[in-house]
Design a protein around this ligand. Structure first.
Ligand SMILES: [Zn+2]
Length: 393
């Protein structure tokens, strides 16, 4: 029976071995070989040769065809020192690969020669556990979770819609959440604004939401803006670079202001609104679908637009609509599925019915149309002829 050393020597005599310089030359060629790193995940995470596929030795036989379907294309395999890759090279030859070379000296020698390597981004073990149910979904996976952790989302309002939206986005690992709210928590909010609590009465809503989110998920950086969105501050706030805005605003001046600003900043807005038993949500994606003004060039007369403070709202309704908004925001961040662009989803809580209404972009739209007539911020309070609709959401 052969010892490990004897077996290794025998394998090495049967395969082609190349040194780091030779490997580097072959990889720089116009039609480079397939490069396969057969080390374990933690070794890969500490750096690897650029352009390499990572297939741990134990998965080589089952996974090599995905990365190298053409058995006539040359393959270079490497590990840390050239031993595991020698066995891997032999295996690939047995699988029918016609030209396989093992990097002698492995990644260690590659680095010693001063050749370049990449440090891949990977989730650490704590994050792998926290987001394990995301990692199991092919449409999310590690790459998707890294995207979420890199994402920046701005919530307008930490009220009825902002509560569930912020909680689910925070739980999902959105790396940076901005919250714009100048209100304080009062007793009438707690029937639906679940990001707050009785002990936070009298506190700033933005501050209260930040504390809840940070307790839920320390991976999330929360940036709060304890101010009402206005023509004066909107460029500064939106200019901080957001991937998605989740609109939980409860009043028409803010809605129109946010619409115009988001069109000009090119940021998609996940819109939501609620009243009594009815909720609506859609996605306003600049250039790809209608904006709020395409649908409603003029605000409704104040007497036809009661707020929750005036008309009431079923407590769970913002929970449903805000969760739908979080779903749309996550899809936009991941680039998966069909977002509600050009589609208004209407939910009737009494009948438990969802209805979808197709929305069209208006070429005559004063903001996103072909010849816009509004190109700078207007007086939104005057435009909406009333400031009394921003009491609660
Ligand atoms: Zn428009």
């Amino acid at each position: 029976m052969a010892t490990y050393r004897e077996l290794l020597d025998q394998i090495r005599s049967e395969i082609e071995e190349i040194d780091a310089r030779e490997a580097q030359e072959r990889l720089a060629d116009g039609t480079p070989p397939v490069l396969v790193d057969v080390r374990e995940r933690d070794e890969w995470a500490e750096g690897h040769i650029p352009s390499a596929f990572h297939i741990p030795r134990g998965s080589l036989e089952s996974r090599i065809e995905q990365s190298a379907p053409d058995r006539t294309r040359p393959v270079i395999v490497y590990c840390a020192s050239g031993n595991r890759s020698a066995f891997a090279a032999k295996t690939l030859e047995e699988l029918g690969y016609e030209s396989v070379a093992s990097l002698t000296g492995g990644f260690t020698d590659w680095k010693r020669n001063g050749f370049g390597f990449e440090l891949p981004r990977a989730l650490d073990d704590t994050k792998r556990r926290r987001y394990s149910r995301h990692l199991l979904i092919p449409e999310v996976g590690e790459a998707g979770q890294l995207k979420l952790l890199d994402s920046r989302m701005l919530l307008i309002g930490a009220g009825g819609l902002g509560s569930p939206a912020s909680l689910y986005l925070a739980a999902a690992g959105i790396g940076t959440l901005g919250i714009v709210d100048d209100d304080i928590v009062d007793e009438t909010n707690l029937q639906r604004q679940i990001v707050h609590s009785t002990e936070r009465l009298g506190e700033s809503k933005a501050e209260s939401a930040k504390r809840t989110i940070e307790a839920l998920n320390p991976d999330v950086t929360v940036k709060i803006f304890q101010e009402r969105l206005t023509s004066e501050n909107v460029d500064r706030i939106l200019g901080e670079g957001w991937d998605v805005i989740v609109d939980g605003a409860d009043n028409f001046p803010t809605r129109y202001l946010l619409n115009d600003a988001s069109v000009w900043h090119g940021i998609p807005v996940v819109h939501g609104s609620i009243f009594r038993f009815e909720g609506q949500t859609t996605v306003f994606k600049p250039k790809e679908g209608p904006c709020y003004r395409c649908l409603f060039p003029q605000p409704p007369p104040p007497e036809l637009a009661p707020s929750c403070a005036e008309g009431g709202v079923l407590g769970v309704l913002p929970g449903i609509v805000g969760s739908l908004q979080a779903n749309e925001a996550l899809k936009l961040a991941l680039g998966v599925g069909e977002p509600l662009v050009g589609r208004l989803l209407v939910f009737d809580a009494l009948e438990t019915q969802f209805t979808e209404i197709a929305l069209r972009r208006d070429p005559e739209c004063p903001v996103c149309g072909e010849s816009p007539t509004i190109t700078d911020y207007i007086d939104y309070l005057e435009f909406c002829a009333s400031g009394r609709h921003h009491v609660a959401s």
